[in-house]
Write a protein that binds this ligand. Structure first.
Ligand code: FES
Length: 158
């Protein structure tokens, strides 16, 4: 793990001012920020643990716990809520067997709910990793879930 962290730091010329992009790359590499990787980052970049942990917990995009290979975020803001986000949330929960905020044991899937993503006209919105899917229905959600290898059993139309 240390070698991978060193390679990432090297990409940025060991420049401390690139700490955020370096953390983003580490997160991309491991799907979260493992403690061992953060220790290697502190040792090799010469930054303090307190700075690294402050950044890792301040930004929502970072996670100190393992995340799935496929990360689903469902908007449950008001506009998405009234357009059916709760039913979509139920469908995702039933299909993946995890609740919002959880990751499947095989580390394939993570599911979370988020507040308004600022594109209410396209609600309900489901984000798969960095890919936005708008005007979601149960059927469209099933399609997204199947595309990532989930076994969809109940496939009622919204
Ligand atoms: S409420 Fe979902 S994008 Fe605004």
């Amino acid at each position: 793990m240390e070698e991978k962290v060193k390679a990432i730091i090297g990409k940025y010329g060991s420049d401390k001012s690139f700490i955020i992009p370096i953390l983003q790359d580490i997160q991309r590499e491991f799907n979260y920020l493992p403690r061992e990787a953060l220790d290697a980052l502190c040792a090799n970049l010469g930054v303090s643990q307190s700075l690294v942990y402050h950044l890792a917990t301040f930004y929502r995009a970072f996670s100190l716990t393992p995340k799935g290979k496929y990360r689903l975020s469902l908007c449950v803001g008001t506009a998405c809520h009234v357009r059916g986000a709760p039913q979509i949330s139920d469908h995702v929960e039933r299909t993946l067997g995890i609740k919002p905020g959880e990751t499947s044991k095989d580390l394939e899937f993570s599911f979370e709910t988020v507040n308004c993503l600022g594109a209410c006209a396209l609600g309900p919105i489901l984000v798969l990793n960095d890919e936005y899917h708008g005007q979601m229905t149960i059927a469209k959600t099933s399609k997204v879930l199947r595309s990532i290898g989930a076994k969809v059993e109940i496939d009622e139309e919204a």
